[in-house]
Design a protein around this ligand. Structure first.
Ligand code: BGC
Length: 741
C-alpha cells in the first residue's frame, strides 16, 4: 500500500491514533490535522471544566439535561428525538465540542442492566430508529455522533472482561440490528466499541465486528474509537479496525504501534488508513457550518419540557382520575417531588442549566393550595421514629386532600454505570408509604421515576399510574403538565414491565459466570419472550394511555415495487380533547421454518389529532426488516409465506390483522451426503435422479418415494434422513454420488 501521509513520521501517525488526553485527540498542525474534543453524551453535553479532574464527573459546564434515552424512548417520536439531537448539536458546537459521545443503542436484555437508563429499548427497531434520529440531529450541526457501545454490551457486571456469548441469529437480529440501522440510515461519523468480548474476542480487537460487519457489510466510513480504556492489545486493535484509542496514555501504546510497523508485524498501510479516517473526521466537523455560538437556554429548557411531556407514560387511569381538576385539593407526597430523580449516574451525568421541581410546578398549575409531605427519606438515614413521623404527615396530607399524588422511584445510588441491580423492587419504605396513603385516600396517583424497569406490585390497587422513567431537567414541569391535562399523555413503554423479575427472559443467564454470559434466551428478548411463552405481564411493550381515545379503521397492507410493505390505517380521535397516538405495526409468520417470535415490531408512527379528527397513517415495513439471518449461508433471507401484519396500540392491543403472501429468497445450498431427503426433494435435478433410482427398485422404490414426500406415512423422516445413509437401503456409492451431484 502507498504511503498516503508522506509528510508524517510513523511516530506522528501512531500518535494520531490515540488521544492526547482524556477528552482530546492528538493534533499534527503542520499536516493540517487539528485536535478534536470528544465529550459525553448522550442526553446533554458534559463538557468538563478545564480545571477539573478527569474523573470528576459532576464538575462540568452546565448544559440542558434532556430526558435520558430510557425516558425519551417512550415518546416513540422520531421527529422529536431529531429535534433534541439538533439542540444537543448546537450546545456541543457552542462549547467547541467536535464529537458528542452517543447515542447508546444497546438492547435492554435484562431489566437488571445498570445502564438501561442510557439505552432506548428492548426492541432493535425502536433503538435503531430513535438512535438514527439522534445522530441526524446532532450531525446536522457539524458535530459528530459516536454510536455506542458496539456491541453486545448488555450488562455492567464484569463489563471490561466478560464475553457475551451470543448465537449468530440473536446477534444479528437483536443485538446488531439497531446499530446497523443507525449506521446505514444516519451515517454516524464515529462508532465507539464496547468493553466486553463477543464470543470470546474483545470488541476492540474484533476484526469480524469492526471491519467485516461494520465497514464491509454496512458501509461505515467513519472512525471507530475505543470506549475509555477498552483496548487490551493496541496493535491487534488497530489491525482489527479500531482507529482511535481513548483516552490517551502519554504515548505508551503509540510506541507499540511504531515497533510493530518497524518489525513488520503491523502493515504500515493499516496505520495510514486510520490516519486518513481521522483526517476525514476533522474535515467533516469543519464541513457543516456551526450556526450556534451561544445557546438559548430558555428555548432548550422548553424543548426539554416538551420532550419530557411526550415521554411520560400513563400506565393506568381508572375512573378517569386524571387529569386533575384545577380546583382539586392536591397532596403531593414523596421526596422525589422536591428532589427529582432525573438522570442516571456515571459518564452521562449532566450538570443541568435549571431544574424543575415537581412540587412547585404542580402548585403553579393550580389555583388551590397544594400540600406537601416528604413521606420517606431518600438517603435512608431516618430512624424508625423519623420514618413514622414522615408517614403520618403523609397520611394526614392525603386524608385532607381530594387527590394524593405520590412520587415513588429508585434512589440514585441504585442506578449507576458500572454496576447492575440485583432486583427490580422499589424500596420497601416507599411501598409501605403508598399503602398507608391509599388507605387514607383511595384517589391516589403514583408518579414513578426510575431508569430501569421496576415491579409494580400495587398496580391493581392504585387507580392511576404515571410512569416518567427519567425525564431530564424539565421533568417536574412536564409532570405537572400531564397531571393537569395541559399535555395529553402519549408515551408508550419501550420496555415490558414484567410481573416478576423471574419472568424475564435473561433471568437464568444474567450476569453469567467465570467471564462468560450466555445469551441463552436467543432471539426471545423483551416482548418477544413474553409473547412466545404466553407470560402475563404487568404492562406490555408499546402500552400507554391517553386522556382521549382513538379508533382504527380501513387497515391495508400492500407490497410495493421495491418489495417493502406499505401498511396504512385510518386513526380517528374519538374523544373530546386533542392528543397523540402511537400506532404500531408488528409482523409474524405463523408457518415458518425458522424460530421466530410471534410478533415483532416493524414500524411505528406518532400522530397528533384534534378531537374528532382523522388521519391516514402510513408505515413502511422494510423488506429487509422481515428477513432473518440464515447461518447456513451467512445472509439475510426473506422466507416465502403468508405474513401476518398486526396494527395495534400496543403489542397486546391489536386492532387489525392482515395477511399478505410474500415471495421470499431462495436459499440454494450445495447438496452433499449430509443433505436431507427433503433437500433432495426440493432440488429438481436430484429428485429426478431419486425417482429414477426408485423406479429401478420395484417395491422398495415405493418406500424411497415416500421418504421424499413429507405428507406420506414415512414422510416424517424426510427432514432428518441424510442422503448418504440411503446406503442402508441398498443404494450404491455410485447412486449416492449421482444423487448429490
Ligand atoms: C463509558 C462511555 C463514555 C466514556 C467516556 C466510559 O466509561 O462506557 O459511555 O462515553 O466512558 O466518559
Amino acid at each position: 500500500m502507498t504511503d498516503t501521509n508522506p509528510s508524517l513520521t510513523t511516530e506522528e501517525k501512531a500518535s494520531l491514533t490515540s488521544g492526547s488526553d482524556f477528552w482530546h485527540t492528538e493534533a499534527v498542525e503542520r499536516a493540517g490535522i487539528p485536535s478534536l474534543m470528544l465529550t459525553d453524551g448522550p442526553h446533554g453535553v458534559r463538557r468538563q471544566r478545564e480545571s477539573s479532574e478527569q474523573l470528576d464527573l459532576a464538575d462540568s459546564v452546565p448544559s440542558t439535561c434532556f430526558p435520558p434515552a430510557a425516558g425519551m424512548a417512550s415518546s416513540f417520536d422520531v421527529e422529536l428525538v431529531e429535534r433534541v439531537g439538533r439542540a444537543l448539536g448546537d450546545e456541543s458546537a457552542a462549547a467547541d465540542v467536535d464529537v458528542l459521545l452517543g447515542p447508546g443503542v444497546n438492547i435492554k436484555r435484562s431489566p437488571l442492566c445498570g445502564r438501561n437508563f442510557e439505552y432506548f429499548s428492548e426492541d432493535p427497531l425502536v433503538s435503531g430508529e430513535l438512535g438514527a434520529a439522534w445522530v441526524r440531529g446532532v450531525q446536522s450541526r457539524g458535530v459528530g455522533a459516536s454510536l455506542k457501545h458496539f456491541a453486545a454490551n448488555n450488562q455492567e457486571h464484569d463489563r471490561m472482561r466478560v464475553s457475551s456469548d451470543v448465537d449468530p441469529r440473536a446477534l444479528r437480529e437483536i443485538y446488531l440490528r439497531g446499530f446497523q440501522r443507525v449506521v446505514e440510515d444516519a451515517k454516524p461519523w464515529t462508532v465507539m466499541c464496547s468493553y466486553n468480548r463477543i464470543n470470546g474476542v474483545f470488541a476492540s480487537q474484533n476484526r469480524w465486528l469492526l471491519t467485516s460487519v461494520l465497514r464491509d457489510e454496512w458501509g461505515f466510513d467513519g472512525i471507530v474509537m475505543s470506549d475509555w480504556g477498552a483496548v487490551d492489545d493496541r496493535v491487534a486493535a488497530l489491525a482489527a479496525g479500531l482507529d482511535l484509542e481513548m483516552p490517551g496514555n502519554d504515548g505508551r501504546t503509540d510506541a507499540q504501534i511504531v515497533s510493530a510497523v518497524e518489525d513488520g508485524s503491523l502493515d504500515a498501510g493499516v496505520l495510514d488508513v486510520a490516519v486518513e479516517r481521522l483526517r476525514t473526521l476533522a474535515e467533516r466537523t469543519r464541513a457543516t457550518p456551526r450556526t450556534a455560538s451561544t445557546v438559548d437556554h430558555d428555548a432548550h429548557h422548553a424543548l426539554a419540557r416538551e420532550a419530557a411531556g411526550r415521554s411520560l407514560v400513563l400506565l393506568k387511569n381508572e375512573g378517569d382520575l386524571l387529569p386533575l381538576s384545577p380546583s382539586a385539593r392536591v397532596a403531593v407526597i414523596g421526596e422525589f417531588a422536591e428532589r427529582p430523580r432525573f438522570q442516571g449516574a456515571g459518564s452521562s451525568l449532566i450538570n443541568p442549566t435549571r431544574l424543575d421541581i415537581a412540587r412547585d410546578e404542580i402548585q403553579r398549575a393550580t389555583a388551590s393550595e397544594v400540600t406537601y409531605a416528604r413521606g420517606f427519606d431518600l438517603d435512608g438515614r431516618a430512624d424508625a421514629d423519623e420514618l413514622a413521623r414522615l408517614r403520618s404527615e403523609a397520611i394526614d396530607a392525603a386524608a385532607a386532600a381530594d387527590v394524593a399524588v405520590v412520587f415513588l422511584g429508585l434512589p440514585a445510588k441504585d442506578e449507576t454505570e458500572g454496576a447492575d441491580r440485583a432486583h427490580i423492587d422499589l424500596p420497601a419504605d416507599q411501598l409501605d408509604l403508598l399503602d398507608a396513603v391509599l388507605s387514607a385516600n383511595p384517589h391516589t396517583v403514583v408518579v414513578l421515576s426510575h431508569g430501569g424497569v421496576v415491579a409494580l406490585p400495587f398496580a391493581d390497587r392504585v387507580p392511576a399510574i404515571l410512569d416518567g422513567w427519567l425525564l431530564g431537567q424539565a421533568g417536574g414541569g412536564a409532570t405537572a403538565d400531564v397531571l393537569f391535562g395541559i399535555v395529553n399523555p402519549s408515551g408508550r413503554l419501550a420496555e415490558t414491565v414484567p410481573l416478576r423479575l423471574s419472568d424475564s427472559p435473561a433471568f437464568l443467564d444474567f450476569p453469567g459466570e467465570f467471564g462468560h454470559v450466555r445469551y441463552s434466551e436467543g432471539l426471545f428478548v423483551g416482548y418477544r419472550w413474553y409473547d412466545a411463552r404466553d407470560v402475563e405481564v404487568a404492562f406490555p411493550f408499546g402500552h400507554g394511555l391517553s386522556y382521549t381515545s382513538f379508533s382504527y379503521s380501513d387497515a391495508s397492507a400492500t407490497v410495493t415495487a421495491s418489495g417493502d410493505v406499505e401498511v396504512q390505517v385510518t386513526v380517528t380521535n374519538t374523544g373530546l380533547r386533542a392528543g397523540r397516538e402511537v400506532v404500531q405495526v408488528y409482523s409474524g409468520l405463523p408457518r415458518t421454518e425458522v424460530q421466530r417470535a410471534p410478533r415483532e415490531l416493524r414500524g411505528f408512527a406518532s400522530v397528533e389529532l384534534a378531537a374528532g379528527a382523522s388521519t391516514r397513517v402510513e408505515m413502511t415495513v422494510r423488506r429487509a426488516d422481515l428477513t432473518y439471518w440464515d447461518r447456513r449461508v451467512d445472509q439475510w433471507i426473506l422466507e416465502s409465506g403468508t405474513y401476518r401484519f398486526d396494527i395495534g396500540a400496543s403489542s397486546r392491543d391489536i386492532r387489525h390483522t392482515m395477511e399478505l403472501d410474500l415471495e421470499g429468497d431462495v436459499v440454494t445450498l450445495p447438496l452433499s451426503e449430509s443433505s436431507s431427503l427433503g433437500e433432495i426433494a426440493r432440488d429438481p435435478a436430484a429428485s429426478a435422479v431419486m425417482r429414477e433410482i426408485a423406479a429401478s427398485r420395484g417395491e422398495q422404490g415405493g418406500l424411497l418415494m415416500q421418504l421424499l414426500d413429507p405428507e406420506t406415512e414415512m414422510g416424517g423422516l424426510n427432514v432428518s434422513f441424510p442422503a448418504g445413509r440411503l446406503r442402508m437401503m441398498g443404494l450404491s456409492d455410485d447412486e449416492i454420488r449421482r444423487l448429490v451431484g
